[in-house]
Design a binder for this molecule. Sequence first.
Ligand code: TYD
Length: 142
Amino acid sequence: MKNSSIKEVRLIHLPKLEDARGNLSFIEQEQHIPFKIKRVYWIYDVPGGQVRGGHAFKKQQELIVALSGSFDILVDDGTSKEFYSLNRSYFGLFLPAGLWRSMENFSTNSLALVLSSTQYQEGDYIRDYNDFLNYSIENEKQ
Ligand code: TYD
């Protein structure tokens, strides 16, 4: 499988129904995001200065939403790096498989929602950056 490029990462503007009673947003699989949702998890109560992620997935595609507060996501395809700041609950960052990503600068009470295309499988993780670079180079050749 060809390695993913950072160019495939994109911010998706989710529906936002503005209402005097409060706003409402939603996500439908294969409608607003290009995959079927197999798993949902969320990251919260992150102490100041902590970094989450710091790995790549071989198969998992994901959409990350800052449901509350803000945080930054560093994405790296082995050649280029990009930073995204998420701070609105109606934007989701779509990440294809095969990219290194880490999450940092979590604000107090931030809540990161992750929609995943796969169930949890430790074997899908690449946790060592040099292994990721080798994996990227190998996939680039194919
Ligand atoms: P991990 O994905 O490494 O966290 P992060 O990338 O945010 O730093 O997951 C931390 C631990 O939680 C790890 O032992 C695996 C476990 N875990 C599950 O059991 N199920 C899940 O859906 C996720 C995301 C993690």
